[in-house]
Design a protein around this ligand. Structure first.
Ligand code: FE2
Length: 320
């Protein structure tokens, strides 16, 4: 694929390679001989605090605590064993993209810090204005969707915190959460507001909303945020839409939004069922756990009390 790939049998060898070679992305196992993956990243960060190397973790077991600590040290994502070549390719691409964005940012920062801080403030303000405008548009069509987007934003933020993600990444995930269903603007009223069962044709139209949302926002937000929206109905087992992506091929932010989205749906009334309690929602998610990223699911389960207090203590929607 045109990548130069170097292999190290243990942490010592890896450190020696990193000293000599211009490495951009490191893929490492959480469990390694001599020094585990977390210890390795910690040590490397201590030795080279300025390095922009992107770390991707590989894990054979669901260890959300270790992953949380890896995120704190700057890991960008994780892959579960067994890993396919496709997954590695997409993870490396993601890592290289992040590396070049980080280098660009570093260059701009060194050149003119004040200007960049000012530009960031401006972008933040524009983002807020755009989100408010879009939510108003969604609200004008369908009050339920606006409230749902706000709750999904809060739930995603809490999950992100539990996972130990950076405040920067959490902010991006929260922005995408607010916008995740904006594509519903393009769904005809008779389908969007229908209370009865959708026909297969109608469901096909509803499913277009993630792509339509992506098209609407892509010119206004970063590619990363737009993609969180595009992939928010992908499933970990590959049975989601629009592309049927599997596991780590789905961006981490989209994996989080997908679960926050379904948790909110379960905790609220639907025309075909009552709102489930927290405990019932957990049982339901456990039954269909294959659809979700196990580490994200674990983070959600550890946060249900906090979510109840912060998100659902006010009211549960009584209408669809
Ligand atoms: Fe959606």
């Amino acid at each position: 694929e045109g990548y130069k790939c170097l292999i190290a049998a243990n942490a010592k060898e890896a450190l020696a390679i990193l000293e000599k070679e211009p490495i951009k992305v490191v893929i490492l196992d959480l469990r390694m001989p001599v020094m585990n993956g977390l210890e390795f990243i910690k040590l490397y960060r201590e030795l080279h605090p300025e390095s922009l190397i992107q770390f991707l973790m590989i894990t054979g077991f669901i260890d959300s605590n270790s992953m949380r600590l890896c995120f704190k040290e700057g890991a960008i994502d994780y892959l579960y064993k067994p890993i396919t070549l496709e997954e590695i390719k997409s993870a490396v691409d993601k890592g290289l993209e992040k590396y070049s964005l980080a280098s660009e940012y570093r260059r701009a920062w060194n050149k003119n810090k004040e200007k960049l801080v000012h530009a960031e403030k401006l972008i933040k303000k524009k983002h807020l204005e755009m989100v408010q405008l879009m939510l108003q548009m969604v609200n004008a069509r369908d009050k339920f969707t606006e409230q749902h987007c706000k709750r999904v934003c809060e739930i995603s933020g809490i999950i992100g915190q539990k996972m130990g993600l950076s405040t920067h990444l959490i902010a991006k995930i929260k922005l995408a959460s607010l916008l995740h269903d904006v594509g519903k603007i393009a769904i005809p009223d008779k389908i969007l507001l229908k209370t009865g069962q959708l026909t297969p044709e109608e469901y096909k139209v509803v499913k277009e909303h993630s792509q339509k949302g992506y098209e609407i926002i892509k010119g206004y937000v970063s590619k990363e945020i737009a993609e969180f929206v595009l992939y928010h109905h992908e499933q970990f087992d590959g049975k989601g839409y629009p592309f049927g992506l599997v596991a780590a091929r789905i961006p981490l932010g989209a994996r989080i939004i997908a679960l926050a989205d379904i948790y909110d749906a379960l905790r609220n009334y639907r025309p075909y069922r009552r709102a489930l309690s927290k405990e019932e929602a957990v049982v339901t998610l456990n039954k269909e756990a294959i659809k979700y990223d196990p580490i994200v699911l674990q983070a959600l389960f550890s946060a249900t009390d906090e979510i109840e207090n912060k998100v659902f203590s006010k009211t549960i929607e009584k209408s669809g």
